[in-house]
Design a binder for this molecule. Structure first.
Ligand code: C2E
Ligand code: MG
Ligand code: MG
Length: 597
């Protein structure tokens, strides 16, 4: 826009200079004035030189009155220092253009969203006067309120769950990340944050039995109660608690600026309480419960994913501990879980690397005190965690299925060792007793494995005993029973391990091809106290041993730790004993020495 045209404020009558350029100039000025877009020309100090009608209308004043007003005040350009600096550069003619969005107050009290643009105006060549013309800038202000509102509505839709109208997972994570980010700037580092991660117990059953419609209504009712409850709890505190539906029947409450675990515990208690009151939905009275995982920690150094993982683990504990409860995150329990995971993932390679070793614990004849056999007990020489006992990894191996491979190794190593002892002491052979896990019976061909290993090592079948737990053989029909019969038919002995801890049915056991009961250590420990022997325990054990003998079974007592226990067990009639009183689990060479001595 030519310079001269703007020297006087448009909107105010100006007299264009006479001459050939006059008409064109008038047209330009009229166009500027009539333009829909609100505009103003600024001088190098940022004062308005000329404003058009649209700008005047925007601010509810005569365009002429806007002249000499600082534009920066009008559209809030000093709002932040970066915009301000860039704006100054444009006025000096040294920079391109800036664009920013501002919320502007209109004279009628309404506010609008405006997109403000400031760009330098080219200085015409014929500016005249000889010296460099002072730079000018063009300000334009576009009303983008509708666009902003549409965007806001879209965002609301994107960030909320359509069913319950609660914030959804996306908004929850945004708020959580925002809270953690601002905590990172807090130099005191004392800010705390907390989450209650809630899952409705047995919600699937509601859906399955009453249908999705009822399920949806129930979810809405749950959402309402949770929101109300969190509202009450957050009342009067800075920032309200955000309640979100994370998906399905999972909800979370975010507590920014937590005051400590007690605040979170109280919130969790009240959430559970709120859900315990029955729901009346579709003419039905529904009762339900929920489980909550609670995590509370300092915000600095915490990540959103870390926090959610902890919450997830804790919720899992709450479920595993019996549901209908809240559980607080426990770092120690978590470390244990991590070790479990670390162990689980390295089990199979560890078998291949030969990290497992066997120890052998003598089984001693009660009468004469001679070693009749040994139980093979597996240990894991873990490169990182040291030597681990079977209680640390056998169950894991069962869950992972690695037990089949591990069990096969134990069986082969035990038989090889027993065969060696047999060759060393042909006159006093000892048997080896090997623990067999339930899954080995179900998931592998135990019979073929045993037959193969016996053939390979040359160990006579009568020098092998397999220990199975009650639960592995009880109710056995089909495969386990066939396996037991086949093994027994081969000449291998079967013992029931930890007898007395399961659903023992002695009469039933006697019909299986079982030869020995290993009386669980807890019975033996029952009469450890010599001052006050428990006559009931002794009576039970006595009756058990008596019955077992009459059914043709031998009895081994586990966990014999003292001479008194050994003496009483012998009196009661136990056939063999095992325990620290006789010997701890030993290395193979120690057993060899024992046999030679
Ligand atoms: P279990 O078969 O009942 O083995 C006896 C356990 O009692 C062994 O623990 C043994 O060290 C311990 N013990 C022996 N004498 C005493 C005593 O006088 N007092 C006390 N308090 N304890 C005594 P360990 O070696 O930790 O084995 C634990 C369990 O792990 C075993 O119980 C067995 O069920 C399982 N296990 C061990 N090796 C294997 C294996 O190769 N395969 C499978 N599937 N399970 C195994
Ligand atoms: Mg055993
Ligand atoms: Mg046992």
């Amino acid at each position: 826009m030519p310079q001269q045209a703007l020297d006087a404020a448009p909107g105010v009558p100006v007299t264009p200079p006479a001459g050939p350029g006059g008409a064109a100039l008038r047209d330009q000025q009229a166009a500027f004035n009539a333009a829909q877009l609100a505009m103003a020309v600024l001088d190098h100090d940022g004062l308005i030189v000329a404003a058009n009608q649209a700008l005047g209308a925007l601010f509810g004043s005569d365009p002429a009155q806007l002249a000499t007003e600082p534009a920066a005040d009008l559209v809030d350009l000093c709002h932040d220092s970066r915009t301000w600096a860039a704006y100054r550069e444009i006025l000096r003619g040294r920079s391109d253009r800036i664009r920013c969005t501002r919320r502007l107050k209109q004279p009628d009290g309404q506010s609008l969203w405006a997109e403000v643009t400031v760009s330098p105006l080219p200085v015409p060549h014929d500016a005249g006067g000889g010296g460099a013309a002072p730079s000018r800038a063009l300000l334009s202000v576009a009303d983008v309120t509708d666009r902003r509102e549409l965007q806001a509505r879209l965002r609301h839709l994107q960030m909320h769950d359509p069913l319950t109208r609660l914030p959804n997972r996306a908004l929850f994570f945004e708020r959580l990340s925002g809270a953690l980010e601002s905590a990172a700037y807090d130099r005191t580092g004392t800010g705390r944050i907390g989450i209650c991660y809630l899952d409705v117990d047995g919600f699937k059953a509601v859906n399955d039995t009453l249908g999705h419609r009822v399920g949806d209504q129930l979810l809405c009712a749950i959402a309402g109660r949770l929101a109300y409850c969190a509202d009450q709890a957050g009342y009067g505190r800075r920032g309200h608690h955000l309640v979100a539906r994370l998906g399905g029947d999972e909800f979370a409450v975010l507590v920014e600026e937590s005051t400590g675990t007690e605040q979170l515990a109280e919130l969790a208690r009240s959430l559970l309480h709120a859900l315990q009151q029955p729901f009346d939905i579709a003419g039905q009275r529904l009762s339900l419960s929920a489980s909550i995982g609670v995590v509370e920690r300092t915000a600095t150094g915490t990540t959103a994913t870390g926090l959610m993982q902890a919450a997830d683990t804790t919720l899992y504990w709450a479920k595993a501990d019996g549901k209908s409860r809240w559980t607080l995150f426990d770092p120690e329990r978590n470390a244990h879980r991590m070790t479990r995971q670390a162990l689980a993932s390295t089990l199979r390679p560890a078998i291949e690397r030969g990290e497992f070793v066997l120890e052998f614990q003598p089984l001693v004849g009660m009468g004469e005190g001679a070693v009749q056999g040994v139980e093979a007990l597996v240990r894991w020489r873990h490169p990182q965690f040291g030597t681990l006992g079977p209680n640390r990894f056998i169950q894991l191996a069962e869950e992972e299925g690695a037990i089949v491979q591990l069990g096969r190794w134990v069986l082969a190593a035990s038989c090889r060792q027993a065969r060696q002892w047999q060759l060393e002491h042909p006159d006093t052979p000892i048997f080896v007793s090997v623990n067999v896990a339930v899954r080995q019976v179900w998931d592998s061909d135990l019979v073929a494995d045993v037959a193969g290993i016996l053939a390979e090592t040359g160990l006579p079948p009568h020098l092998l005993q397999l220990e199975l737990t009650e639960s592995a053989v009880m109710g056995s029909a089909g495969r386990p029973l066939q396996a037991l019969q086949a093994l027994s038919g081969m000449g291998v002995s079967i013992a029931i391990d930890d007898f007395g801890t399961g659903y023992s049915n002695l009469a039933y056991l006697s019909r299986l091809p079982v030869s020995t009961l290993k009386l669980d250590g807890s019975f033996v420990q029952g009469f450890r106290d010599d001052e006050h022997p428990n006559p009931a325990d002794e009576t039970i054990v006595e009756a058990l041993v008596d019955l077992a003998h009459r059914l043709g079974l031998k009895v081994t007592a586990e966990c014999v730790e003292s001479a008194q226990q050994a003496e009483r067990l012998a009196r009661i009639g136990c056939d063999t004993g095992q325990g620290w009183f006789y010997a701890r689990p030993l290395a193979a060479e120690q057993v060899s020495a024992l046999l030679s001595g």
